[in-house]
Design a protein around this ligand. Sequence first.
Ligand SMILES: Cc1cc2nc3c(=O)[nH]c(=O)nc-3n(C[C@H](O)[C@H](O)[C@H](O)COP(=O)(O)OP(=O)(O)OC[C@H]3O[C@@H](n4cnc5c(N)ncnc54)[C@H](O)[C@@H]3O)c2cc1C
Ligand SMILES: *[C@@H]1O[C@H](CO)[C@@H](O)[C@H](O)[C@H]1NC(C)=O
Ligand SMILES: *[C@@H]1O[C@H](CO)[C@@H](O)[C@H](O)[C@H]1NC(C)=O
Ligand SMILES: *[C@@H]1O[C@H](CO)[C@@H](O)[C@H](O)[C@H]1NC(C)=O
Ligand SMILES: *[C@@H]1O[C@H](CO)[C@@H](O)[C@H](O)[C@H]1NC(C)=O
Ligand SMILES: *[C@@H]1O[C@H](CO)[C@@H](O)[C@H](O)[C@H]1NC(C)=O
Ligand SMILES: *[C@@H]1O[C@H](CO)[C@@H](O)[C@H](O)[C@H]1NC(C)=O
Ligand SMILES: *[C@@H]1O[C@H](CO)[C@@H](O)[C@H](O)[C@H]1NC(C)=O
Ligand SMILES: *[C@@H]1O[C@H](CO)[C@@H](O)[C@H](O)[C@H]1NC(C)=O
Ligand SMILES: *[C@@H]1O[C@H](CO)[C@@H](O)[C@H](O)[C@H]1NC(C)=O
Length: 617
Amino acid sequence: MVFIWGGILALAIGVSGHPLLGRNARTITSRALSNESTYDFVIAGGGIAGLTVADRLTENPNITVLVIEHGPFDQRQDGVMVPGAYFPVPYLWLPLSSTPQTALDNTVYGVPCGRVVGGGSVVNAMFFHRSSAVDYEAWDQLGATGWGWADLFPYFKKSETFTPPGAAYASEHNITWDTAVHGFSGPVQASHAPYDYPGSANFYNGALSLGIDAREDPNAGDATGIFRLERSIDPKTQTRSHARINHYDRVIASRPNYHILPSTAVARVLFEGTTAIGVEYTNTTSSERGTVKANKEVIVAAGSVHSPQILQLSGVGDASRLTSLGIKSIVDLPGVGRNLQDHLVLTVNYNYTSNLFPNSGSLSSNATYATEQRALYDNGEPSAFDITATTGNLIIQLPLSNWTSNSSSIISTAKSQDPAQLLGGNPDPTVISGYRKQRDAVISNINGGAVGDISWSTGPTTSIYMTRPLSRGSITINSTSILDAPLIDFGAITDPTDLEILLAIYLKNRELMATPDIAVLGPIETSPAPGITDLEAIREALKKFLQPSNAHQCCTNAMMEKEDGGVVDPQNRVYGTEGLSVVDASVWPLVVASGPQASVYAAAEKAADSIKERHGL
Ligand SMILES: Cc1cc2nc3c(=O)[nH]c(=O)nc-3n(C[C@H](O)[C@H](O)[C@H](O)COP(=O)(O)OP(=O)(O)OC[C@H]3O[C@@H](n4cnc5c(N)ncnc54)[C@H](O)[C@@H]3O)c2cc1C
Ligand SMILES: *[C@@H]1O[C@H](CO)[C@@H](O)[C@H](O)[C@H]1NC(C)=O
Ligand SMILES: *[C@@H]1O[C@H](CO)[C@@H](O)[C@H](O)[C@H]1NC(C)=O
Ligand SMILES: *[C@@H]1O[C@H](CO)[C@@H](O)[C@H](O)[C@H]1NC(C)=O
Ligand SMILES: *[C@@H]1O[C@H](CO)[C@@H](O)[C@H](O)[C@H]1NC(C)=O
Ligand SMILES: *[C@@H]1O[C@H](CO)[C@@H](O)[C@H](O)[C@H]1NC(C)=O
Ligand SMILES: *[C@@H]1O[C@H](CO)[C@@H](O)[C@H](O)[C@H]1NC(C)=O
Ligand SMILES: *[C@@H]1O[C@H](CO)[C@@H](O)[C@H](O)[C@H]1NC(C)=O
Ligand SMILES: *[C@@H]1O[C@H](CO)[C@@H](O)[C@H](O)[C@H]1NC(C)=O
Ligand SMILES: *[C@@H]1O[C@H](CO)[C@@H](O)[C@H](O)[C@H]1NC(C)=O
């Protein structure tokens, strides 16, 4: 059996000196490999970070790279490619669920993540924007030395081709940007939607009437205020620019040295002493196993839920826990799988007595409109199908003191918590030490960068996000098999401060909906707390309705000092090992207060340069 995709067939036999160079096949099956097969680099996980690094390393034709990806190639279905037809269910990791969340009545939640070549970029909502400079400065201060805003800035530019909107459309829709901060020749196609719903003006003007700044360009280091969302969408076709397209399809014709083995799980990293020498993998359908060797490095990029799982299964993690499961400890690193962060989501629903037509609900409620818009889209004309289904084009992101006059009380609440107790379990002192430093950084920036967002879709749904959590979760293996899910504990609102911040944003949203610009549309809240004014009752309602994950998981192999529970050094190398690095969002010390994907692309570009440098490439 051979995996066939786009007419490319896998062949096992190479030409020229190196057995893997000079052949026509890039998508391979395990049948094309023997346990003796060797690549320079083996990458575990073909998501945003994995494919970005694979692309950059294979620019050198003498270097061979194998990416092993759990999921399949997508088939360019509408749900993947067409924003208005979003949502690509087949490529989600299902089923995947959290542990019972102790601060949320032991409720179990789904864990959204992509399982497909391209990872999250194939299933995400395509919002593509950087966070505020203070967020990356905090990384640098917490031990990710050399990862501040100025260090990442060239990589943000390198990663994108930004196409500004037409001047007339932009001025009519108040879309602004700063050319100086963008890239114009990078792999990711980035653009603004050429279509909008009329209600966007009400949202925009309502926000301005509350004194919220209109931001010229959130990608210039200040991602607060109200702004238009840039998206990872090719403006020529209005289709998704995902990592498989922009870091694999784009280059593969000239890269016989770049291979992907899909539908295969990396089961563990193989070591000789503390040197990583390859990986063992498992075919996800047949459970057949094999090994492949890495000459130079094994690079882990399986995302923030699964990268710590792979490390732990490989003997890299909390030694006592691993030993109790019968796994031989390679290096005792208690930080592996700790420090899980994500954004909280609260959906607020309204009925509108006089909403404008069309709005983001019209595609699903009005078949005539949907047909008409689809025809426009297929004809290459501006259409509602240019916008990710059910979402809008605008977002408000603000620091705490701009959401509420209660920020000093909330800060006191934060400072009164006992970090060791909040973590629960019996955390290693190094993990507690790192958490204390993180809390200090988060609290000192709480009135600087954003702590949360409001985005009104123009239809029934307003989304509120809490993006600066003080709570921490964890990822812990529950068996010795890669095919079993790890325990995923978001630790949602275990620090009650997070609920206070969410409450502050929720209350500000009520003010926003009551501004004359929005009140004219007749919004009537239907959930989560219609008509409720008692704060304690609102808190209870928020707890029932919030979701602990916006699919922005990160930080589970933090780039911090080992003494602070860190897992990798500033060159992405796993402490205590040789030939092993991690390059995905799991290495961030703190979650960024924006959609993460632009930062994942940039951070992986930086990691690729660092890997090239140490191997003299
Ligand atoms: C539904 C959804 C909506 C989102 N919306 C947005 C948005 O609008 N804007 C935004 O900025 N961000 C968004 N995100 C988040 C963004 O996509 C992620 O932050 C980003 O993809 C993380 O990149 P990564 O490289 O760390 O991991 P991923 O892109 O998740 O890649 C990890 C890859 O590793 C693979 N893998 C896992 N385990 C193994 C194993 N054992 N062996 C081999 N391979 C393995 C996975 O299948 C996956 O393909 C969204 C995510 C989701 C899921
Ligand atoms: C997985 O195993 C099945 C059954 O043996 C096989 O058909 C398929 O090609 C394998 N997949 C890969 C990617 O090797
Ligand atoms: C690749 O290897 C060949 C032969 O050793 C060498 O001449 C060439 O410079 C190398 N190319 C790169 C980009 O390193
Ligand atoms: C653009 O801004 C102007 C002036 O603030 C406002 O009148 C108009 O409604 C806005 N339009 C949109 C689409 O935001
Ligand atoms: C936050 O509030 C301060 C003080 O009122 C104001 O100067 C600033 O512009 C506001 N920031 C944003 C992003 O609206
Ligand atoms: C290849 O490695 C796998 C996993 O270690 C093992 O199960 C299998 O027997 C090996 N195959 C051969 C031919 O040695
Ligand atoms: C449905 O869409 C059509 C086509 O745009 C429009 O003419 C009609 O008014 C819409 N109906 C409602 C109830 O909004
Ligand atoms: C202000 O914050 C404090 C501390 O979190 C909280 O007890 C109080 O209820 C809050 N008040 C308002 C009006 O949100
Ligand atoms: C963890 O493993 C135990 C023992 O095998 C099992 O009973 C339990 O269901 C597992 N938990 C999860 C969430 O998979
Ligand atoms: C909202 O609208 C729905 C459908 O028209 C209706 O059933 C419901 O009672 C309304 N809710 C409120 C609070 O107005």
